[in-house]
Structures are given as structure tokens and as C-alpha cells.
Ligand binder design. Structure first.
Ligand code: ZN
Length: 246
């Protein structure tokens, strides 16, 4: 009788649908649509603005390693460099109000870089080797009103900085006016071996703090992410006002 009850429960629970493992999606993205491109993709003048319009696949928010791209090469070179990657040690080497705040909240804000960050780091590392010329990129990730779709913008000028964010924020504001939510803005603080003040610090600079505060006011930015490719700080908008701004 006990066996029969167990069997009935399993049928009611839909056990038949769970007998075959569901193949997880691979951590990858289709070819993007290029919106603007100029200069040498591997040189100091290479500029790129591109977008992916994709399903909101949970794999992007997982810790899966990329199935393709240059991220594996980035990690191999990082290992060979012997650089410390503990995010708290990197933060401690460059004291600031923001770095102290992130350190105090590390348990809830800092996570290992996930699939999305690792894909993006791989793209930039393929453009300019991070261990030859550390450069930045930035993303805006928009979520459709029904949360089923993502629009992921990627922007870089192949420099150790982004400059003006308007190439990203202008199209994001158009999407926002059409009902899309500004899920997150992400950018990278690349490893700079030998330069403790710039070395993979997952914390906003004062201009970063200014930008994230203002973009939350303007467009409802939900989270600010800063990644070094190994760790990512994910700051919720409710905390933006705690950071020193310009
Ligand atoms: Zn920054």
C-alpha cells in the first residue's frame, strides 16, 4: 500500500517528465548585430557597438563557463601571470570610500563572474589581449516587460576606459520608453598586473558612482555590475546613494 501511494504521488508530481535529464543550454550567444564599428578591432582605435536580442536564457545568469570564445585563454594567461584574484585583497590594495563600502558588503554583493560576464570578457580579450593592453568594455542589459527577452548592448573603444556612455545609454533610453526595463549596466575593471591602484578592482570609481546614480534616476537602472572576469560586484540601485559621487 505504501508503495502504491508513493507511485501515485510520483505520477501526480509529473515524475515522467523528470525521468530524462533536460540538457542545459550552453553558455554562448549567437552572432551579434553590429550597430557601429570603426578602426582596427585589435588596435587602439578600434570602436564597436553591438547588440544581441535573445531569449532570457537562465544559462546567462549561471556560473557556466563559455562554450566558445577567448575566455579560456584569458583564464590561462591569468593563471600564468600568478596574479592574486581574491577580490577583497585587490580592494584592500586601493583604499577608497567605495572600496570600503564594497568590502563591507562583499558577502552579498560580490560573486564569481557568471556566464554573461565571462562571455563579454572573452570578447574584449579577443580584441585586445588584457595582459598586453588592459582595456574596458561596457554593457547595458535590457529586459522586456514580460521578462522573456533580453537586449544586450556591448560597447568598447579599445581603451583603458569607456569615455562617454551615450552610445549605450541613448539606444537604451529609446528601449526604455518602449517598455523595456534597464536590468543592469556592467563594465570591466581589468587586471593591471603590477599596478595595485587599478588591478581588477570590483568597485565603482567616483565617475562610475555618479553615472549609476544618475542612470537609476533617469531610467530605473536596477543594478550596477563591475567585473574583472573572475569576480563581479553586483550593486542594487537602492545602495547607489551610499557611494561618494562627484
Ligand atoms: Zn569603472
Amino acid at each position: 500500500m505504501r508503495w502504491m501511494l508513493a507511485c501515485l504521488w510520483l505520477v501526480l508530481a509529473g515524475c515522467q517528465t523528470q525521468t530524462l535529464p533536460v540538457a542545459a543550454s550552453a553558455c554562448t550567444l549567437p552572432a551579434p548585430t553590429i550597430l557601429e564599428q570603426s578602426g582596427d578591432p585589435h588596435g587602439a582605435d578600434g570602436r564597436l557597438l553591438q547588440i544581441w536580442d535573445v531569449a532570457n536564457d537562465p544559462v546567462l545568469w549561471s556560473n557556466a563557463d563559455p562554450a566558445d570564445g577567448a575566455y579560456a585563454d584569458f583564464r590561462a594567461k591569468l593563471t600564468r601571470s600568478g596574479e592574486a584574484t581574491d577580490p577583497l585583497k585587490l580592494l584592500a590594495a586601493s583604499p577608497s570610500q567605495a572600496n570600503g563600502l564594497v568590502t563591507a558588503n562583499a558577502a552579498s554583493w560580490i560573486r564569481p563572474a557568471g556566464c554573461l560576464e565571462k562571455l563579454m570578457v572573452g570578447i574584449q580579450h579577443a580584441r585586445r589581449d588584457i595582459f598586453v593592453a588592459p582595456t574596458e568594455f561596457a554593457n547595458v542589459v535590457m529586459r522586456s516587460a514580460d521578462a522573456a527577452r533580453l537586449r544586450i548592448y556591448f560597447f568598447t573603444i579599445n581603451q583603458d576606459g569607456i569615455g562617454r556612455m551615450s552610445p549605450l545609454t541613448n539606444p537604451a533610453l529609446v528601449d526604455h520608453a518602449q517598455g523595456w526595463n534597464v536590468m543592469l549596466v556592467m563594465h570591466t575593471h581589468a587586471f593591471h598586473p603590477g599596478n595595485a591602484l587599478l588591478n581588477g578592482i570590483v568597485s565603482p570609481s567616483i565617475p562610475d558612482a555618479d553615472f549609476q546614480y544618475n542612470f537609476a534616476e533617469e531610467a530605473g537602472l536596477e543594478q550596477a555590475w563591475i567585473t574583472n572576469g573572475v569576480s563581479t560586484v553586483r550593486i542594487p540601485a537602492a545602495e547607489f546613494g551610499r557611494f561618494q559621487r562627484e
